[in-house]
Design a binder for this molecule. Structure first.
Ligand SMILES: NC(=O)c1ccc[n+]([C@@H]2O[C@H](COP(=O)([O-])OP(=O)(O)OC[C@H]3O[C@@H](n4cnc5c(N)ncnc54)[C@H](OP(=O)(O)O)[C@@H]3O)[C@@H](O)[C@H]2O)c1
Length: 269
């Protein structure tokens, strides 16, 4: 598995699996948790070792259960989780600690590889205060790396300037029609690894058609073209599929290289 190196020196698998509808009735985001580990075990079988969950997804316990069922060592996996940018979790230092403890317990693990603030809110000072608690957990070894999600330049810049530990990752929405180049390029320039959420959603039929034409040159699908484009520009991807074949396809992106001309075309989609 290819990796990128975080500014902490930790190796971060360049592709992981999203999980936000796994372990839920009808695979509905808001669905009741049913503890079903099928898709995660399928993904582990396919070769995924990096999983992206969050307190808000309510399925950290399903991810933890699947890791146990896999019988693989904890250090074979890279697990990301996220603490909500909600008052309930940032009201004071105890509220932040409650969130981290909740994640560690639900994932049934002694440490989390990467822990993100899920969304920014309109108070930079409060965000820094949450960040400082996360920094303490890094010191204790319970969080190996910390980062943010959905942060713009101002919000990320504030933490870079005022935090003791620099954010390692900024996970943002990125896909055709909304590549989010400004924040991705800013993150790269700051040595904060950008990570694309929703890499395969909201892709129009028209874009799929055009990207399939590019893919045909390499014997790849539109989805593989998108994922390859992202990793070639240093963006980590976390596609999610409930289908074994598509999970496998999403990993088959390391045996071709897009031409500069094709990358230019893709960036315009
Ligand atoms: N930080 C944040 O605020 C945030 C927000 C949203 C999501 N996320 C994270 O990002 C992850 C990924 O985003 P996402 O789950 O919204 O969507 P996604 O991975 O972009 O797309 C998922 C959809 O694409 C389909 N798909 C997957 N692989 C495919 C392929 N090779 N060919 C054709 N279709 C394919 C899946 O259908 P099938 O299942 O039928 O294959 C599913 O409907 C989430 O699971 C979550 O972990 C983070």
């Amino acid at each position: 598995m290819e990796t990128v190196t975080l500014n902490t020196g930790i190796k971060f698998p360049i592709i992981g699996s999203g999980t936000n509808t796994f372990g839920k009735v009808d695979h509905a985001y808001q669905g009741e948790i049913n503890g079903d580990t099928t898709e995660i075990l399928m993904a582990i079988d396919a070769g995924y070792r990096h999983f992206d969950t969050a307190i808000s997804y309510r399925n950290e316990s399903v991810v933890g259960k699947a890791l146990g069922e896999s019988k693989k060592a904890r250090n074979e996996f890279f697990i990301t989780s996220k603490i909500p940018g909600k008052q309930e979790y940032y009201a004071d230092k105890e509220a932040v600690k409650k969130g981290v403890k909740q994640s560690l317990q639900a994932l049934n693990t002694a440490y989390i590889d990467l822990y993100l603030i899920h969304h920014p809110w309109d108070n930079l000072v409060q965000m820094l205060s949450m960040w400082q608690v996360l920094e303490d957990y890094v010191d204790q070894g319970k969080l190996k790396a910390i980062g943010v999600s959905n942060f713009n330049e101002k919000e990320l810049g504030y933490l870079i300037e005022n935090g003791r530990i620099k954010p390692a990752v900024n996970q943002v929405e990125s896909h055709p029609r909304n590549w989010n180049d400004v924040i991705i390029n800013y993150s790269l320039a700051q040595e904060v690894v950008p990570e694309a959420w929703g890499p395969l959603t909201r892709v129009s039929d028209q874009a799929k058609e055009k990207l399939s034409e590019i893919g045909a040159k390499y014997n790849k699908t539109w989805a593989q073209v998108i994922l390859r484009y992202q990793i070639e520009r240093g963006v980590v991807v976390i596609p999610k599929s409930h289908n074994q074949k598509r999970q496998e396809q999403n990993l088959e992106i390391f045996d071709f290289k897009l031409s500069d001309e094709d990358k230019q075309f893709i960036s315009a989609q």
